[in-house]
Design a protein around this ligand. Structure first.
Ligand code: ADP
Length: 608
């Protein structure tokens, strides 16, 4: 039994007696305790309250009961419980108080510790999203920790009835949950299950719930107890992952591309996983080995196996995807395969892994080969044709010269000795020969454009124009033409051909001038990766229906009597421009002048 301190106070509430135990408990000598002296020994935190309580007892003449701390001079603090009864005279007059003082430090400490550990438990539950619950054997919830209320989105008043509780559970999960509770109650069979609830705010939550029969403390009636954890977030992530997985799986399974995962095993390749498309080419894997098979068992030659192994090793050491195409020799007809293999990161010590995607490129390869063959064929026949035109026009010049010179000789030597008809005929022969010469010359320059390829070089188009104007000097002064030019750029090209181009366009502008003296403007402006050149005149113009036709060889809009020419000039211009990787067109209307435009790329075809 703990020692008990005793004290006595008079009718005014002044302490008049304390025993030795009292002084030992309070830590002050009896003299100091007398009157109101004892209150000085109270811990400052309790002093006000206890004095007030003592004052109330004195004023009302009632018993006094209080718990407080005494602080000893050495700093030690003790929790004490004081209880004092009123002593009264026969007539009811208050005589004073007699009281006891007991040390309750031990109990206070335990209470304190209990409070702390309870606070800690609640905090842990809050952080872990987990709460605990209890119910009686009638399944009536008897206790919910604050976290359970939070999870259920309910105010912390009292736990709901079992029926209310089940109502919040989504219907699909209700039966299983009720059955689990029933088995726990009836047979003591613990449960561990997941179910979903609909919170008052409509939100769906996934809960993990554990229930068991509790028989603590010993002797108390058994009850149901368990925990509840909110696992909504985890479930949602899992759900999203499952969806992604299903998407990827259907993509993988349904893909017409062959796809799979392999591992390098020595000088062989182990197919760890492969999609149906792969099985389509190599035959389905043996069902008993779970889809795992070595390349050497897939009916491909050792040489092709070695090729794959080499590529995998290459991708592995480079640490990046490797692409290659090869002609696959399978048991059936050979196929072109286009493969991409990609190293997959594996933990150290594991066999290197790779993903592969293979496309059957047989059709594409076939089409490409056909296209290449056709292009070759076309280029060859073009070359032959150009060669033919060149040789023909070149070789035609020789007999033509003979015809022309003998016709001239004939008309000179026999002047005045032939009759008028013969003179006329001779004249036609000479005219014809001259015309044919210009046709042949034009044809020859047309054929030369691509039969005599020169490498393109940097060309100053202002200089090229200058040269063209010099060559056209006679026509310019005869026609009274005026040519003005804006700033012209440097381009990559063949100077000789570009001069011919300017010469033809300006020559035409002078030739098709009409009644007014020709005014010709040459300019260039940048447009993206090209220059657009313009040669504009004030001549007779071209009706819209002819703007395409005039670029074809031998196509003319006038008789030779109206305007001389062969109809090769613009065809030649188009050939030159196209050889340089550009295009040419005309903007015009009859009687309104014409603007011939052509583009020359900043970087010419085949140029550096
Ligand atoms: P040619 O000048 O020998 O007739 P081209 O191929 O140079 O042959 O021109 C074809 C035709 O385009 C010409 O006959 C003419 O009708 C028309 N043409 C060419 N340039 C002009 C121009 N500047 N103005 C009007 N018509 C033109």
């Amino acid at each position: 039994m703990a020692p008990v301190g005793l004290f006595e106070a008079d009718a005014t509430g002044s302490l008049v007696f304390v025993n030795r135990t009292w002084t030992w408990l309070a830590g002050i000598p009896p003299e100091a305790a007398m009157g109101q002296g004892w209150t000085a020994a109270l811990d400052p935190r309790d002093r006000r309250r206890v004095r007030d309580e003592w004052d109330v007892a004195i004023a009302t003449g009632r018993a006094f009961h209080s718990e407080f701390r005494f602080r000893h001079p050495d700093g030690q603090v003790r929790w004490l419980e004081a209880a004092a009864e009123v002593r009264r005279a026969e007539d009811g007059r208050v005589l004073g108080w007699v009281g006891s003082l007991t040390d309750v430090s031990e109990r206070r400490l335990q209470e304190e510790q209990l409070r702390t550990s309870r606070d800690r438990l609640l905090e842990a539950q809050r952080i872990g999203g987990m709460g605990n619950w209890e119910a009686d054997l009638e399944l009536r919830p008897t206790f919910w920790s604050p976290q359970v209320y939070r999870i259920w989105g309910r105010p912390q008043e009292h736990p709901p009835s079992f029926e209310e509780f089940l109502d919040a559970v989504v219907p699909e999960d209700r039966t299983e949950l009720a059955a689990a509770y029933e088995r726990l109650r009836a047979d003591g069979e613990p449960f561990d299950l997941e179910y979903r609830i609909r919170c008052p705010d409509g939100e769906l939550r996934h809960l993990h719930c554990v229930g068991t029969l509790a028989r603590e403390p010993a002797g108390s009636p058994p009850r149901l107890a368990g925990t509840i954890q909110d696992i909504t977030e985890r479930r949602e992530v899992e759900e999203a992952l499952r969806e992604r997985d299903a998407e990827l799986r259907s993509f993988y399974q349904g893909s017409p591309l062959m796809m799979g995962i392999v591992e390098l095993v020595g000088d062989d390749v182990l197919h760890v996983s492969e999609n149906p498309a792969t099985a389509g080419l190599f035959g389905a894997p043996n069902a008993t080995d779970g889809g795992h098979r070595l390349v050497s068992e897939m009916g491909i030659s050792p040489a092709q196996k070695a090729l794959w192994v080499r590529r995998y090793q290459e991708a592995g050491s480079a640490g990046r995807p490797v692409r290659f195409e090869y002609r696959h020799q399978g048991p059936e007809t050979p196929r072109w395969l286009s493969a991409t293999i990609c190293p997959i990161e594996t933990p150290p010590g594991r066999r290197p892994r790779f993903a592969y995607v293979v496309e059957d490129a047989t059709e594409r390869k076939g089409a490409e080969e056909l296209l290449a063959e056709q292009a070759d064929e076309l280029a060859r026949s073009n070359r032959e044709l150009e060669q033919f035109a060149y040789v023909a026009s070149h070789d035609l010049q020789e007999p033509l010269r003979t015809v022309a010179s003998y016709a001239e000789l004939l008309s000179e030597r026999y002047q005045g000795r032939l009759d008028a008809d013969a003179e006329d005929f001779l004249g036609f022969i000479v005219d014809g020969a001259i015309r044919m010469r210009s046709l042949i010359t034009d044809l020859l320059s047309y054929a030369k454009v691509s039969s005599r390829r020169e490498p393109p070089a940097a060309v100053d188009t202002a200089e090229v124009l200058e040269a063209a104007l010099v060559a056209l000097q006679a026509a310019i002064s005869a026609g009274g033409a005026e040519v003005t030019a804006g700033p012209l750029p440097r381009v990559q090209g063949i100077g000789r051909q570009l001069q011919q181009l300017f010469q033809n366009l300006i020559g035409n502008a002078i030739k098709f001038a009409g009644p007014n003296p020709p005014r010709i403007t040459v300019s260039a402006e940048p447009a993206g990766s090209a220059w657009v050149f313009s040669v504009a005149d004030n001549g007779i113009g071209i009706a819209p229906q002819h703007t395409e036709r005039i670029f074809q060889i031998f196509q003319r809009l006038h008789t030779r009597a109206e305007y001389p020419g062969t109809g090769v000039g613009l065809a030649l211009c188009r050939r030159i421009v196209e050889e340089h990787g550009g295009r040419i067109w005309v903007e015009s209307a009859a009687g309104r002048g014409s603007i011939f435009r052509f583009t020359l790329p900043v970087q010419a075809r085949g140029g550096r």
